[in-house]
Design a protein around this ligand. Structure first.
Ligand SMILES: C[S@@+](CC[C@H](N)C(=O)[O-])C[C@H]1O[C@@H](n2cnc3c(N)ncnc32)[C@H](O)[C@@H]1O
Length: 391
């Protein structure tokens, strides 16, 4: 993109991309309107059905939308760089990346100063030396920040603890701080051990007035504003069918279940992470909801549908829900199915296995601007209710 078209398309010109220093935003040079049209066309090509009505796609702001920064740490202890580090130890500082809101960008300066003060040597994969691999920073709509250090070992831990009060002074909105240990000499983001440092244990993310609580390792969508739109649209659909019982499978910290609670007699969320379920239960208590409960369960197994439900929401990882859960949904009493997916290919494959269900409405939500990724939300109803026979 040349500088004139960069002015005509604010938020879609990136100097790092143009100079090939970072190629993460592979679609950025298409311009934002072009990206959204291409995503809509991809979704329509993959999901087709006689009665399917597409709602207008939900666009993102072209910049400042991403709530989470995964910064590899390179350079030296006196001059740390936060951004990308390649296998040859070449580091690119991406603290001014246009995806991050200004409050996240400005926190990077305090974090660099902290690395210098606490003498935490950036890790070098090529030399197998150093300690600090990544800084993972998440921002809530309130401005509160969750911070994780990914370290090779515990070596800098006492210095991190010693200097943490100073960091909290520099970043008063800093909430949970933790250390993840990733001892392997591999370009792997995180390890199994997470040590919570003194302070709050979770980041409070308020979405549409609903408090969600993120522990350091909890999954949360990286686009808070459009996550709110996603939950709100699902809740509108559930409000139309007013089910006796609603199941939210792969529920994470409970976004869909808690938004839908006013529109179903009973809501059950199921999810594999015990930590996420504890957070969802905390939100339920804070909201005083008596018709919602959460359970630790493997949602990919047929048993995930135990108890039967008229309505089911699924929001699986990229691999989709798979053959076993599709077969269980097919043979269940479920009448309404809402499928939220970040991978239109696995979504299309699963919908092919759900031949008793007819896609009625769908929407593309651009949770991942400037990349090929997007979220697709689909409302399906059992065919005997739509007047259509299975093909
Ligand atoms: C795309 S996230 C969706 C989370 C949640 N619905 C939300 O809106 O944030 C997928 C979730 O599935 C969970 N998960 C992965 N495999 C699972 C399984 N076999 N059974 C249940 N949950 C699983 C992950 O822990 C993660 O929370």
């Amino acid at each position: 993109m040349n500088p004139e078209s960069a002015i005509a398309n604010p938020g879609t010109y990136c100097p790092h991309f143009a100079a090939a220093r970072c190629r993460s935003c592979a679609w950025i040079e298409r311009g934002y309107a072009g990206q959204l049209a291409d995503k809509q066309a991809l979704a329509e090509a993959r999901i087709q059905s006689a009665r399917l009505r597409w709602l207008s796609p939900l666009a993102s702001a072209p910049s400042g939308f991403r709530n989470k920064a995964k910064m590899a740490v390179g350079g030296s202890v006196d001059s740390p760089l936060l951004g990308l580090v390649d296998l040859q130890d070449r580091a690119v500082d991406l603290a001014d990346c246009l995806l991050y809101p200004p409050a996240l960008q400005s926190a990077f300066a305090s974090l660099r100063e902290f690395i210098r003060r606490a003498r935490i040597t950036p890790y070098s994969l090529a030399q197998r030396r150093g300690e600090l691999k990544y800084l993972l920073l998440t921002i809530a709509p309130s401005g509160a920040l969750g911070l994780r250090f990914v370290l090779r070992s515990r070596e800098p831990l006492s210095r991190i603890e010693k200097h943490l009060p100073g960091l909290r002074e520099a970043l008063p909105m800093l909430d949970p701080v933790s250390v993840n240990l990733q001892p392997e000499h591999k370009a792997v983001l995180e390890g199994d051990v997470e040590l919570l440092l003194p302070g709050p244990d979770s980041l409070r993310m308020e979405v549409n007035g609903i408090p969600l609580h993120l522990k350091p390792r909890s999954f949360f969508q990286t686009h808070t504003e459009l996550a709110g739109e996603l939950y709100a649209q699902a809740a509108r659909w559930i409000a139309e069918s007013r089910p006796q019982r609603l199941l939210d499978l792969y529920c994470g910290v409970g976004g869909f279940a808690l938004h839908c609670a006013p529109h179903a007699q009973q809501v059950i969320g199921r999810e594999i992470s015990a930590e996420a379920i504890a957070s969802a239960e905390r939100s339920t208590q804070e909201l005083g909801l008596t018709n919602v409960r959460f359970e630790v369960a493997d949602a990919s197994a047929a048993a995930a549908l135990a108890g039967e439900a008229e309505a089911v929401i699924v929001n699986p990882p990229r691999r989709g829900i798979g053959a076993e859960l599709c077969a269980a949904v097919e043979s269940s009493a479920t009448r309404t199915l809402i499928y939220s997916s970040c991978n239109v290919d696995s979504l299309a494959a699963d919908l092919g296995r759900l031949s008793s269900f007819e896609p009625i409405e769908a929407q593309v939500l651009d949770l991942f601007p400037h990349t090929a990724h997007f979220e697709t939300l689909v409302l399906l109803r059992r065919r005997d209710e739509t007047g259509l026979e299975a093909p």
